[in-house]
Design a protein. Structure first.
Length: 103
């Protein structure tokens, strides 16, 4: 017999309540993830002994979850300065060099 509008007996799952199978799967996955996190330091240390480069890659991947990536920023600027005049005076008498900037 199909569902009839106004049926008061079979209300189904209340709105917003989690699906039981999905909830159980999330709990199981959380347990597996926690167990992995408990041993991650030891695992990475073992990897570092065999392949330090691979261990560094793992650390960098893990850092992405802790430190957010920065967006690339492009900067453009124009410098509008002109050198008007530079004079250099050389005094041959005592070997001293004097420089000055005349604006």
């Amino acid at each position: 017999m199909p569902f009839q509008k106004g049926n008061k007996l079979g209300k189904g799952r209340p709105k917003g309540s989690p699906n039981l199978l999905a909830q159980q799967a999330k709990i199981r996955m959380s347990r597996v993830a926690n167990e992995g996190l408990d041993h991650i330091k030891e695992d990475v240390n073992k990897i570092r002994e065999k392949d330090p480069v691979e261990a560094a890659k793992i650390y960098l991947k893990l850092l992405e979850f802790i430190v957010p990536k920065q967006k690339a920023v492009e900067m453009r600027a124009e410098i509008d300065q002109r050198i008007q005049q530079v004079t250099v005076n050389i005094n041959k008498d005592n070997g001293e060099v004097h420089s000055g900037n005349n604006s």
